[in-house]
Write a protein that binds this ligand. Structure first.
Ligand SMILES: Cc1cc2nc3c(=O)[nH]c(=O)nc-3n(C[C@H](O)[C@H](O)[C@H](O)COP(=O)(O)O)c2cc1C
Length: 402
């Protein structure tokens, strides 16, 4: 009998060399079925006015619910925290309601979703700030580059950054309170957890790195001071969510948004070590070797040793994102460089990415012209494998909720 049963059992279709990606993982209170996470991805399609997640966003995230965990697009914690037109917030009642429809749709599809909490600091513009005030930063240093705003005609426009205002010491407790309020709102919106966005040159990263922080008070100077705001934010959120539903994202050696650090090994090594003490759900890093890896090149030794340093200093779950292909993701898991791999652009174009990787099916190519703004095109219309086989797409926009 056994032989017959074995002979007739349908073989599990799995692409060669994706075994570790498909091993389950225990993340805080969650049993993840595999190791493929959806990275946070800004899509700039929030409903206006008010920067409210739309029913289409619920559809987009529900389509991607087979990720082991979805990390939401960066979501501003306050009006002051906004840096781009049309990104969603989590500071108004309407936004919380909008997000609740998103989390409901993801949960109905058996997914998990964390909210990425975002304050952009100097990467903003008066046109996006309350009462057209100056953006805030650790120090009054103008970033190179341009801000994306909405002009008087309602169109997106790039305009040069302005010189931000340095936060006064008296204001500092109120920054952590903005995160606290957003974290409570994320609970009201029924997220499964939150990720503190301390990467890519935004406010917390501006405090962390020497190039943007020239303060002479307890938030500037030695790394213990530059890390203070991030650690205060983490400590403010732990009583709200519990440590095992909080992640932190860092980008060691990252250059995005005109950021740099004089001694990144010391800076990020210290922070990884300190974050270990909290027993968080995970530390998430943007792969320092992303640029080379996405171009199929050998990573710089410094980038690899930075990833190794973080791995050594951080005692807990490490998630890495950036430049991965299925084979390099598998290799990083095999070499214990990461516990979870987050994919960004591949999830934009492949709503059923885990199924495609499992089957070794071809991947849709992402279209950068539809990353930001617009509607369904390039957002909810990338086909699943089932659609490739001729099935009708699932209708997932429920218009009845408003
Ligand atoms: C369109 C787009 C939007 C992004 N938005 C965010 C974001 O909101 N928050 C964030 O931390 N990273 C963001 N990133 C970075 C991604 O999370 C990820 O680190 C990056 O895409 C590299 O991973 P990949 O090579 O798998 O795409 C974004 C990237 C892209 C392409």
């Amino acid at each position: 009998m056994d032989d017959i049963a074995t002979a007739t059992r349908k073989p599990t279709v799995k692409a060669p060399g994706t075994d570790l990606l498909f091993q389950p993982y225990r993340l805080g209170p969650f049993n993840l079925p595999h190791r493929i996470v959806m990275a946070p991805l800004t899509r700039s399609r929030a409903r206006q006015p008010g920067n409210v997640p739309s029913p289409l966003a619920a559809c987009y995230y529900a389509q991607r619910a087979s990720a082991a965990l979805i990390i939401s697009e960066a979501t501003q914690i306050s009006m002051q925290g906004q840096g781009y037109a049309w990104t969603p917030g989590i500071h108004s009642r309407e936004q919380v309601e909008g997000w609740r429809q998103v989390t409901k749709a993801v949960h109905q599809a058996n997914g998990l979703i964390f909210c990425q909490l975002w304050h952009v600091g100097r990467i903003s513009h008066p046109a996006l700030q309350p009462d057209n005030m100056l953006p805030v930063a650790p120090s009054a240093i103008t970033p190179a580059g341009k801000a994306f705003i909405e002009n008087e005609r309602g169109e997106g426009e790039l305009v040069p950054f302005v010189r931000p205002r340095a936060l006064s010491i008296e204001e500092m407790p109120y920054i952590a309170r903005q995160y606290e309020r957003a974290a409570r709102n994320a609970q009201a919106a029924e997220f499964d957890g939150v990720e503190i966005h301390a990467a890519n040159g935004y406010l917390l990263d501006q405090f962390i790195e020497t190039g943007t922080n020239q303060r002479t008070d307890v938030y500037g100077g030695p790394v213990e001071n530059r890390a203070r705001l991030l650690l205060e934010v983490a400590e403010a959120l732990i009583p709200i969510w519990g440590p095992d539903r909080i992640g932190v994202r860092l980008s060691p050696l990252g250059k995005m948004n005109d950021i740099h650090d004089d001694n990144p090994e010391e800076t990020f090594g210290y922070i990884a070590e300190r974050l270990s003490d909290y027993g968080l759900a995970y530390l998430h890093i943007v792969n320092p070797a992303m640029e080379e890896m996405q171009n199929g090149k050998q990573p710089e030794p410094r980038a690899l040793s930075m990833a190794e340093l973080i791995r050594k200093k951080y005692k807990g779950t490490l998630m890495v994102a950036g430049g991965f292909q299925p084979d390099t993701a598998e290799r990083w898991l095999a070499e214990h460089r990461a516990d979870l791999i987050a994919f960004g652009r591949k999830f934009i174009a492949n709503p059923d990415l885990p199924e495609r990787l499992r089957a070794g099916a071809p991947l849709n190519k992402d279209d950068p012209t539809t990353y930001y703004g617009g509607g369904e095109k390039g957002y909810t219309d990338y086909p699943s494998l089932a659609q490739d086989r001729g099935e009708q797409p699932k209708a997932c926009v429920d218009q009845s909720w408003r």
